[in-house]
Each structure stands twice: as C-alpha cells, then as structure tokens.
Design a protein around this ligand. Structure first.
Ligand code: 5GP
Ligand code: ZN
Length: 115
C-alpha cells in the first residue's frame, strides 16, 4: 500500500531502527517506546489487521510467534524476565497504524489490566 507508513519502513523508504529482517517480516524499535524494550514486528506483506488475515498468512503469523519473538526476546535480554506481546485491533483495541504489527514490550514490570 503506497500510503502505509509501515509498508514504507518495510521497503526501506523511510528510516527506522531495524533490529531484525528476513523474507517475511521486519522488526524495528517503536518511535515512542512505552517500555525499555519496545519493538514492533510486522509482516512485509500489507495486512491491515487481525480481522484481515487469511489462511495464506499463517506462515508469517506462525513465524512471528515461533521464531522471531523468542529470538528477539533472547537477544534483547527480556526472555527470562518476561515480556508482553500486544496486537491492538480496530478502534476499540487502540490500533492507530493499520498495518498489522505485534508490539514486543519488556524491561519493566507490566501492569494489568491494560488501559
Ligand atoms: P498501534 O497503536 O497501532 O497498536 O501502534 C502503532 C505504534 O507505531 C505506536 O506505538 C507508535 O509509536 C508507532 N509508530 C507510529 N509511527 C511510527 C514510525 O514512523 N516509526 C516507528 N518506528 N514507529 C511508529
Ligand atoms: Zn502496510
């Protein structure tokens, strides 16, 4: 999508502090971090949100959870202490960027319930 900021980050058209990239996904530091570690993991393919996922997307969804999150959590030093994954979805979910992204947050004690 030509007007999507995360597509532009994935394509390298606008700068971001990338911490991981492969053929399916890109991970980069959130511009406005809410924790000492705050990384966004996105598919390179434009998918607006969870409600827009199709069966074809199972590869990158599984890849994010099975491969990318554990690898990044270990590398960023938050695997043992724990971390939070967040996927805001739609208006009530607080989604502001309509390109699917998984927040990886850690480095401090999280509270519950979320705001
Ligand atoms: P959402 O509210 O949609 O779940 O999360 C969007 C996230 O993207 C926010 O945490 C926001 O700080 C981050 N964000 C928005 N624009 C940019 C950007 O241009 N670069 C980076 N690195 N993060 C961004
Ligand atoms: Zn996009």
């Amino acid at each position: 999508m030509s007007d999507c900021i995360f597509c532009k980050i994935a394509a390298g058209e606008i700068p971001a502090q990338k911490v991981f990239e492969d053929e399916l996904v890109v991970a980069f530091k959130d511009l406005s971090p809410k924790a000492p570690v705050h990384v966004l993991i996105i598919p390179k393919k434009h998918v607006a949100g969870v409600n827009n996922l199709t069966a074809d997307d199972k590869n990158f969804v599984a890849h994010i959870f099975v491969d990318v999150v554990p690898k990044l959590a270990a590398e960023l030093g938050i695997a043992d202490g724990g971390f939070r994954l967040v996927v805001n979805t739609g208006d009530d979910g607080g989604q502001t960027v309509h390109h699917l992204h998984v927040h990886l947050l850690g480095g401090r004690k999280m509270t519950w319930p979320p705001g």
